[in-house]
Write a protein that binds this ligand. Sequence first.
Ligand code: FAD
Length: 287
Amino acid sequence: MTEIKYNEPMRNHTSFKIGGPVSEMWFPKSDTELQDTLALLHNRGVSPLVIGRGTNLLVSDSPLDIVVVKTYPELAKTEVRGNEIYARSGAALSAIAALARDNSLTGFEFAHGIPGSLGGAIFMNAGAYGGDMAGVTAHVYAFDSGGELLGFTNEQCGFSYRHSVFSVTGDVILAAKIQLERGDADEIAAKMRDLAERRRESQPLDLPGAGSAFKRPKNGFAAQMIDEAGLRGYRVGDAAVSDKHAGFIVNLGGATCDDVLRVIEHVRSEVFKRFGVELEPEIRMIK
Ligand SMILES: Cc1cc2nc3c(=O)[nH]c(=O)nc-3n(C[C@H](O)[C@H](O)[C@H](O)COP(=O)(O)OP(=O)(O)OC[C@H]3O[C@@H](n4cnc5c(N)ncnc54)[C@H](O)[C@@H]3O)c2cc1C
């Protein structure tokens, strides 16, 4: 039986540590449980919000009358077949990267430090240090809203910068086939260590947040513009532009959703005044 929690606070499921209670949260543990959950909700006329590790979400503090289906950490089976890794959507990217390294498979090192799940990463086409999910995803298996299984080739995923077709269709990602290449386990491990060190040096990993707050604009870098607009450290309540990386907004303790939204709006308006650039939030808002 799929576990369900009622009036579950979203702050317990987001890396921002922000978010009020949602009416129901379901925790499917297998392909069948996910399929049955979706079919059941569909019959009730409910479109759930499917989440992984909640590392790209800003959720309202007010109670939300929505149903959340959470894939992480239960729906996380992984399997290596030759140069491919088959993983369920709730698998952590760090776990898939470690599995790739242990099997001398290269190509997934970029994702090791991204704190999300496979499903969230495919949905967002997450990327870092020159790699992205579009570059390694060979096939995606997803359920439509009624629980029918669909298959997507890489081209059918419609990947572009921090975007995939799944943000348009609302299909629920069940699993994916990750295509990698043979490599040297020591070199792979060294690259992962190097990237982790670069993250530790440049990102506020000790504070709750949701990664880069804004997408990269066409010309230039969001963090640089925010910095040059003098907004490093800009604070509303307990939400602030990080002192360490101006592209990150962090929760200094008791930040509310509204605090974060006000920081976002101020940053957007100041950057627009100074550079004429409209920054687009990368964080997904659930209000
Ligand atoms: C410290 C830090 C560093 C970060 N660094 C990076 C980085 O370098 N690069 C980068 O791209 N991102 C980065 N992020 C953002 C985030 O980790 C990624 O976007 C990640 O891929 C989100 O995965 P998730 O499982 O947390 O998704 P969630 O936050 O749970 O969800 C994100 C979106 O995906 C959807 N979704 C989740 N699972 C499914 C599913 N199974 N089927 C359909 N839709 C689904 C959700 O509905 C939501 O719209 C960082 C975040 C933090 C906190």
